[in-house]
Design a protein around this ligand. Structure first.
Ligand code: FES
Length: 114
């Protein structure tokens, strides 16, 4: 990752991320999964299911959500919240697109530690 300004870091281009898939970036000890939906929307979540820390980056992306590969919990890409009867949330990070570049906003605490 390379710093752009403030909390925003460039994490590659939209085309670096497979459609309906994800690509991971490291932020210290944390792995952040950058997801791309079928209609090319981009979201970022910590790569850790709120159930038992399953790797969400290896899940199936559908309808603005990702299904965890371990026990099929469905997690909102926008909020990180578990859907349906399941409870819990994983950290969600703001992302924006600048041209074809994907920019990821890290939390202020993570930025301070960097
Ligand atoms: S670890 Fe994700 S559903 Fe169990």
């Amino acid at each position: 990752m390379s710093a752009i300004a403030g909390n925003w870091v460039a994490v590659g281009t939209v085309d670096d991320i497979p459609r309906r898939g994800a690509r991971c970036v490291k932020n210290g000890d944390m792995t952040i999964a950058i997801f791309r939906t079928a209609d090319d929307r981009i979201f970022a979540l910590e790569d850790k299911c709120p159930h038992r820390n399953g790797p969400l980056s290896q899940g199936i992306v559908h309808d603005g959500c990702v299904t965890c590969p371990l026990h099929n919990w469905v997690i909102s890409l926008e909020t990180g919240q578990a859907q349906g009867a399941d409870e819990g949330a994983t950290a969600a990070f703001p992302v924006r697109i600048d041209g074809s570049q994907v920019l990821l906003a890290l939390t202020p605490a993570a930025e301070k530690a960097a």
